[in-house]
Design a protein around this ligand. Structure first.
Ligand SMILES: Cc1cc2nc3c(=O)[nH]c(=O)nc-3n(C[C@H](O)[C@H](O)[C@H](O)COP(=O)(O)OP(=O)(O)OC[C@H]3O[C@@H](n4cnc5c(N)ncnc54)[C@H](O)[C@@H]3O)c2cc1C
Ligand SMILES: CSCC(=O)[O-]
Length: 402
């Protein structure tokens, strides 16, 4: 076995449910796993159960196109996503697990004067928030990204680069948090579907699951596209609509693209994985759905967008296509915090852009579960903003998938 241990050691204990925990986290994606880890690491709460109805990382965290960036507009969101990026920068060391975070830069392309105006606005907002941002003219974009098309339909007028942006291996983020949380005492419990809540006088007392009842006065939920469905079991309504967001990978080829590109006008974003596949994203399905599968119209549109940018890729073949169910909210800003049911807290509303938020999202959900008060970075992300109207409209920065 490894390091002289007896036999093969799993990365995390496949724990047997206990009747009572100090905290329960529902959802074995990145946000749930990070929450469980930070409950133990930051707050010393180790008698924690992480409940996942399938396998950890099987939801959006294992299905996304892995773009990490922090080019948001408003101080609240820019500060939050920049904190997340900073956590990502030290995460392999913190978890002692190589998440393969590659700060290869992240380019947003400007194809017309409106697009360039948006990029200038984004760059100014980033610099005002102390975030690295570089505006480039067309010649500089082309010198940094060889092979871009001379395309009259989508001319390259310029681009915004965030040099510290990039991508990471999504499975490794989930597995790294799971292994580190398990080592601190967290019970990782897979194949455990949360089917109901125990509630007494407005206070959560536990959950009913496919593997029995587990008691706790503190329950956190991070289930992304299934947030409305699960919260409804606790009598909590969330302003979330669930859509399928698709992604694709091509057959693996030799290294040909060494950065991350988002092209709002073509509705395409792409990078090249370490295995050599082009990782391609496109837009949301325009109808509500829980079907984690792709369809031909988006494949055609994604292929068209890639070829408009890189004609040389027109001979490549798609290898796989899939979808995840994303949790879209009206202002494209997350919801982290209390729900009105005492002891029950949520982390959701990430829509198409919550992979980059996993470290900070877990950090802040753990904080409010441990202390009962919102983390300073998440005070603006409360559910109450949908009553007060204090929305933070990040639709323009939250990704190009809307
Ligand atoms: C195709 C695609 C591309 C994307 N690209 C990017 C990107 O490039 N950059 C970026 O920042 N974001 C991106 N995202 C968004 C990002 O993937 C998500 O916002 C993020 O992964 C959400 O993490 P999570 O832990 O909240 O949810 P998930 O990883 O979906 O985990 C939720 C878990 O909850 C479990 N669950 C659900 N119901 C129950 C229940 N009743 N009981 C127990 N468990 C339950 C599910 O099985 C699931 O494993 C993309 C998403 C998709 C689908
Ligand atoms: C799915 S859009 C990717 C992102 O948020 O950078």
């Amino acid at each position: 076995g490894l390091n002289g241990q007896r036999g093969w050691q799993p990365a995390w204990r496949d724990a047997t449910p206990k009747p009572r925990y100090d905290a329960i986290v529902i959802g074995g994606g990145g946000h749930g796993l990070a929450t469980a880890y930070y409950l133990a690491k930051n707050h010393g709460i180790t008698n924690v159960a992480l409940l996942e109805r399938g396998w950890i990382g099987g939801g959006n965290t294992g299905r996304n196109t892995t773009i990490i960036r922090s080019n948001y507009f408003y101080p609240q969101t820019a500060t939050f996503f920049e904190f997340s990026l900073k956590l990502y920068e030290g995460l392999s060391r913190d978890l002692n697990y190589n998440i393969m975070f590659s700060q290869r830069g992240m380019w947003m392309l400007g194809h017309d004067r409106h697009g360039m105006e948006m990029l200038r606005r984004s760059a100014n907002a980033m610099r005002l928030n102390g975030i690295d941002a570089e505006l480039h003219d067309a010649a500089s974009v082309r010198s940094n990204i060889p092979g871009l098309n001379e395309n009259p339909h989508f001319p390259i007028l310029g681009g915004l680069n965030q040099p510290r942006g990039g991508s990471a291996r999504h499975d490794a983020v989930a597995w790294g948090y799971a292994r580190a949380a398990s080592a601190l005492g967290v019970d990782i419990i897979q194949n455990c579907d949360v089917q109901g809540f125990l509630i007494e006088n407005g206070q959560v007392r536990g959950v009913e699951t496919s593997r029995g009842t587990m008691l706790s006065d503190t329950v956190g939920m991070a289930v992304a596209g299934h947030s409305s469905v699960v919260a409804a079991k606790a009598g909590v309504r969330l302003p979330i609509s669930s859509y399928a967001l698709q992604a694709f990978v091509s057959e693996p080829v030799k290294p040909c693209l060494d950065t991350v590109i988002l092209s709002p006008a073509t509705g395409t974003y792409l990078s090249q994985s370490d295995k050599g596949e082009l990782v391609i994203g496109a837009g949301l399905d325009l109808y509500l759905s829980y079907a984690q599968r792709g369809n031909l119209p988006w494949m055609e549109r994604a292929a068209a967008g890639v070829v408009e940018l890189f004609p040389a890729f027109s001979r490549m073949r798609f290898l796989r296509q899939w979808a995840g169910i994303v949790d879209v909210v009206h202002d494209s800003t997350p919801i982290i915090g209390a729900t009105g049911l005492d002891g029950f807290y949520v982390n959701c509303g990430w829509g198409t852009g919550g992979f980059k938020a996993i470290p900070a999202g877990g950090w802040c959900l753990a904080h409010v579960m441990a202390t009962g008060t919102p983390h300073p970075l998440a005070t603006a992300f409360g559910l109450d903003r949908f009553k007060t109207g204090a929305l933070i409209d990040e639709a323009a920065a939250s990704g190009i998938a809307h």
